[in-house]
Design a protein around this ligand. Structure first.
Ligand SMILES: [Zn+2]
Length: 50
């Protein structure tokens, strides 16, 4: 997926899109809603914690 498509899916601008620190997939890495990891990895990490 390219940054423009990822931005539409993620609900942000292409400039805010960057690689997930965990899976290297695209996620919101910059701006106010920035996250170091993508939603899928976030859910995965939560599952591992429990
Ligand atoms: Zn990820």
């Amino acid at each position: 997926m390219d940054r423009a498509s990822a931005a539409i899916v993620l609900g942000c601008t292409p400039r805010q899109v960057g690689p997930c620190a965990r899976c290297r997939g695209l996620t919101v890495r910059y701006g106010q809603q920035a996250q170091p990891i993508c939603p899928a990895c976030k859910a995965e990490e939560k599952r591992i914690e429990r």
